[in-house]
Design a protein around this ligand. Sequence first.
Ligand code: UD1
Length: 419
Amino acid sequence: MYKLVIKGGVPLSGTINIAGSKNAALPILFASILADGPLKLNNTPHLSDVSTTLRLLMDMGAEFILESDNSLFINSAKLTKLTAEYNLVKTMRASILTLGPMLAKYGEAKVSLPGGCAIGTRPVNLHLKALEDLGASIEVKGGYIYAKAKQLIGANVHFEQVSVTATENILMAATLAQGTTTIHNAAQEPEIVDLANCLINMGANISGAGTAVINIKGVKTLSGITHSVCPDRIEAGTYLIAAAITGGKITLKHTRYQSMRAIIDKLIEAGAEIECDKSSITLDMKGQRPKAVNIRTSAYPNFPTDMQAQFCALNIIADGQASITETIFENRFMHIPELSRMGADLTLEGNTVIAKGVKSLTGANLMATDLRASASLVLAGLAAQGTTTIERVYHLDRGYETIEEKLKLLGANIERIQD
Ligand code: UD1
């Protein structure tokens, strides 16, 4: 097992490249099931969630080649097994995205129920109900979803709640359905737009992705193509906070600021100077302590749940008091007891955490619990006096490509060591 050892207190400075988005790459990899030929994906991030996805697809009969320039050839055109097994699905909830594509292309699918995870129960009822709306018959037994439909039929799908993954599953399934599907109350995340662009490139007929209503006219077949995965806005946001929390100045390349407005607005409110151009973002904190900012998570274009833990790390050493309210997941505050061990003044009231900023944090031994919570511990470690040790780094490796290498490039004193 690896751990990260951080000696904090260094203002970050320099320039790094942002990787392709995890939350775009995974659905697009699953979309390869729909194609009749191979996909070439450029800008695929090196993450353990990508490896898990490839293992799952391989187990079902897909083949892939990973090139040294971050491009990946994936051929899932002829699956030999229409089952997503529990032992692979349990480690990554995005595996539920095998369901829509398999059902649409092969008329049947058996997918393990993903179960809950550290941040909440995470049900899949919206996915199942929407696939039934498209004519699928679905049975859940022995921990598996069994879905069948000789031919999916286009329909009106009304999501009672905005769900990113359910929108993606139905978007993919509807591309090969007969007739037109309209998804109402669709999620509008940039990663959904990236998936839709990839599907359109493959030959799908989709309009409205990025809005609350998506129309999909089913086509008979989809083909293999080349696609570049969009930049990871959560990785970018995390590094911007790393600079803000240490009073530093950094530039991020290969980013798209347009998809990060809610995050950038909060950083400006915290006192950062930010300059953006077409593909880069520069944040300058001018050595100042950040100001505390109030946050309420919500679906895109509002503030992302995937950034609340990192802003919590900023608030604990900021000037003032502020609250963060989590509205997407019921248990996404696992970082709080760990941050408190560094001297943070945090109070949890229901789904709101109130931080009274302290002038300095002290390094401590910490335990990573889930992906974004782990990122908040790294950020706090960068700002703290003394040494912070973070165990269970594998959570970070799910979503941050070579995090310690990128932070080192920015001048941080951080090492990955083996126990
Ligand atoms: C969510 C986030 C996404 C983030 C990801 C990983 C939102 C809207 N989604 O996506 O930005 O990248 O977590 O942290 O912010 N739900 C149901 N039934 C379902 C599906 C979902 O009740 O069938 C509920 C969930 O419990 C949750 C909400 O709907 O409260 C949103 O879930 P969903 O968007 O599906 O979660 P993810 O796709 O994992």
